[in-house]
Design a protein around this ligand. Structure first.
Ligand SMILES: [Fe+2]
Ligand SMILES: [Fe+2]
Length: 259
């Protein structure tokens, strides 16, 4: 099965002709399935883009922070088209491979917590605006969100049917070493908001418990290309762009995997 991976495509930045050219580029991959690891559009466009991508091939996806912009997690998650992975449970993709996923969230558990980086998330996502100016409250809320994402991931893993290979989609890199920008690990000031330590803990624990199972994690968020192997059977691939190449308005096919 040809599984074409897209991430951080931010299609809301595309004009119609460029969008059509991108869809034609995806079609060239002859995908049997599309796997999308978030930041597809914004709250008012993400459902339309998911449906347009579905016209190219069946789609499974998780959402990124941008997909919630100008709305709330609560509202966006109640109106999503089919294919959002936490909602689909564990999917038997092929005889060998089971697919599952969660959005993940930067959970303020690594890097420089005194960071002065300001994210648009805190202005544009309803549940975060009220903690925008209160660092301690904001950090507390993000940590709860990370824990919640990890809990859902744990439930999905526990319910997954046996398989040789597990494919996990998530937007936020689950290890700081997988949080790549311009070919290197993101700066400490960005790591708290761009890494989900809680999902990483769940993945590592699962990989240790199932040493015979190969686990591949696909993620995005940091917009750089990388690959990190925290354990022999756990590989985390981060999608993005090479150093110096702008990601916004420049969607690309990350890879077509043979699963
Ligand atoms: Fe992004
Ligand atoms: Fe993102």
């Amino acid at each position: 099965m040809r599984a074409t991976w897209l991430t951080d495509i931010h299609l809301n930045f595309m004009r119609p002709l460029a969008l059509k050219a991108f869809y034609d580029r995806v079609k060239q991959e002859a995908p049997d399935v599309l796997l999308v690891t978030g930041d597809i559009g914004e709250s008012d466009s993400v459902a339309r883009f998911v449906d347009e991508l579905r016209a190219l091939a069946p789609i499974y996806y998780v959402l990124g922070n941008h997909d919630y912009y100008r709305s709330s997690l609560r509202a966006v998650r109640t109106t999503l088209p089919p294919g959002w992975l936490p909602g689909e449970g564990a999917v038997q993709l092929t005889e060998r491979t089971v697919l599952l996923g969660v959005d993940g969230w930067g959970d303020a558990r690594c890097g420089d917590l005194a960071s002065t980086v300001q994210l648009s998330d805190w202005q544009l996502i309803e549940e975060l605006t009220e903690v925008r100016y209160d660092r301690a409250e904001r950090i507390g809320r993000l940590q709860v969100w990370g824990t919640t994402e990890a809990f859902v991931l744990g439930e999905l893993l526990a319910a997954a049917p046996p398989s040789e290979h597990l494919l996990v989609l998530t937007h936020v890199p689950p290890f700081p070493e997988a949080c790549i920008y311009d070919d290197v690990q993101s700066e400490p000031a960005w790591l708290p908001w761009f890494t989900c330590i809680a999902t990483g803990e769940v993945l590592a624990e699962y990989a240790r418990a199932w040493p015979q199972k190969q686990i591949t994690v696909l993620c995005g968020q940091s917009h750089g290309i990388g690959c990190h192997n925290p354990l022999p059977n756990l590989e985390v691939r981060t999608g993005g762009w090479p150093a110096g190449i702008e990601g916004y308005g420049n969607p690309v096919v990350q890879a077509t995997l043979d699963v």
